[in-house]
Design a protein around this ligand. Structure first.
Ligand SMILES: *Cc1c(COP(=O)(O)O)cnc(C)c1O
Length: 413
């Protein structure tokens, strides 16, 4: 038997024992959406997450959403009304951010390898480009000149420090991201001399950290580094984006972050000037609000082991299958959604419909006995799900996605 990850709070069962998402019976949601596999995002839960973060963080601190975590249009639109800015990583995301109603002045565009077309789109829209290299700075400046527009430019720093305990490290040592910290001040001076609209500094040192002390330390280092660069250039960065890296508990034994403690520590460091700082989060804001639903198509026994074969799989849920940045495969929180109230009755493995042994959604898990027709729920599907998976693999159709709100309206794509 292998343990399952922790089901996030806020999910329960109705009297028929079926999983409720935002108060809706899963079978009704599937009927409304038309079919499985299906992603359901609870916008009410997203809003409560933002509220909790805002209450925890210093007053005035900007909260940005990293669109790549979940670019589903109705979710991005809902976010536009409750956060202070978006971080995008392609011109496609930039378009989506603006269509969702976020003012371009509050959109920043980070990421290596921005194409000329993308730099042009950002400059035309008036979004901030977080520069990843000196060469990118030259390109943005000359595109701005050719367009007769003043580009809004910030510099992403590749800091000497990194976010300890982070699932994906994106700072410290040789990296494709950002400008090495000792070269940032000369670049900022050059931007100012070239007449760019200098928007500030950006540090993003890692992702999926559950170590609150490490996040506090990284934020402190980032604040100190930004002040150092201000001193060296004599130019005050208008906005310092401290990045994020806030993780969520995916696996058995993981403990949720104490964001209130992180906020209290940050308040102590940026007292009186919180307005010039931002944090940008993806996963922490949206992962728990998403559930992936797949239907059991077959139940088979092989060498004494039970396999529940679903119509979903790694083509929609690469991360849950254990093939997205993990070394040792562990189970996400998974449940039989149509028997959510029932006690576990057998050990079973949940697999997908792809012809590869990598396509597993739960290994040797204790679950209520399930039959073909029952629905499997994979939790923590609100971030890095559909769009972070190889949806074209094997030629299955794209999954359905719906967002639900407290007003009980079902919003389709
Ligand atoms: C991916 C990314 C994020 C979001 O990371 P999460 O782990 O989802 O919070 C934020 N900022 C930048 C620059 C990113 O690349």
């Amino acid at each position: 038997m292998k343990p399952l990850g922790p089901i996030p709070s806020g999910y329960g069962a109705n009297t028929e024992g079926r999983l409720l998402i935002g108060g809706h019976d899963v079978t009704a949601l599937i009927e409304a959406a038309g079919d499985t596999p299906l992603f359901v995002y609870d916008l009410g839960m997203v809003a409560r997450r933002v509220e909790r973060l805002r209450a925890a963080m210093p007053a005035g601190l900007e909260i940005h959403y990293a669109v790549k975590a979940n670019p589903f249009a109705p979710l991005v639109s809902a976010m536009a009304g409750i956060v202070d800015g978006f971080d995008v990583a392609s011109d496609g995301e930039l378009r989506r951010a603006i269509e969702a109603g976020m003012a371009a002045a509050h959109v920043s565009f980070a990421g290596p390898g921005k194409k000329a077309r993308e730099l042009e789109a950002a400059i035309r829209a008036g979004a901030t480009i977080n520069l990843e290299s000196e060469h990118e700075a030259d390109r943005a400046l000359s595109i701005g000149e050719a367009l007769g527009l003043t580009p809004r430019l910030a510099v992403r720093i590749n800091p000497e420090f990194e976010l300890r305990g982070s699932g994906m490290r994106m700072g410290g040592g040789a990296k494709p991201f950002g400008v090495d910290q000792e070269r940032v001040a000369p670049l900022v001076r050059r931007l100012a001399e070239a007449g760019a609209d200098y928007r500030g500094l950006h540090v993003f040192a890692g992702s999926q950290s559950l170590d609150g002390d490490a996040i506090i330390e990284t934020q402190a280092n980032s604040v100190a580094l930004a002040r150092q660069i201000d001193d060296r250039t004599g130019i005050r960065a208008p906005l310092v984006n401290l990045g994020g890296g806030f993780g969520i508990p995916y696996f058995a034994g993981d403990v949720a972050l104490d964001v209130e403690a992180i906020g209290a520590a940050l308040a102590g460091r940026i007292d009186g000037e919180a307005e010039r700082y931002a944090i940008e989060l993806g996963r922490w804001l949206v992962a728990e609000a998403g559930v992936y639903l797949a239907r059991i198509v077959d139940r088979k026994v092989s060498h004494g082991k039970v396999f529940l074969v679903t119509d979903g799989g790694l083509h929609h849920q690469l991360a849950a299958s254990g093939n997205f940045g993990t070394v040792v495969r562990r189970n996400y929180p998974v449940a039989v959604a149509t028997k959510f109230g029932a006690e576990p009755g057998e050990e079973a493995s949940v697999v997908g419909c792809l012809c590869t042994p990598l396509d597993r959604l739960a290994d040797d898990a204790m679950l209520p006995r399930a039959e073909p027709g029952d629905i499997i729920a994979v939790f923590l599907a609100g971030a890095y799900g559909a769009t972070a998976s190889p949806t074209a693999f094997l030629g299955h159709p794209a999954p359905c996605e719906i967002a639900i709100s407290a007003e009980s309206a079902v919003i389709l794509t």
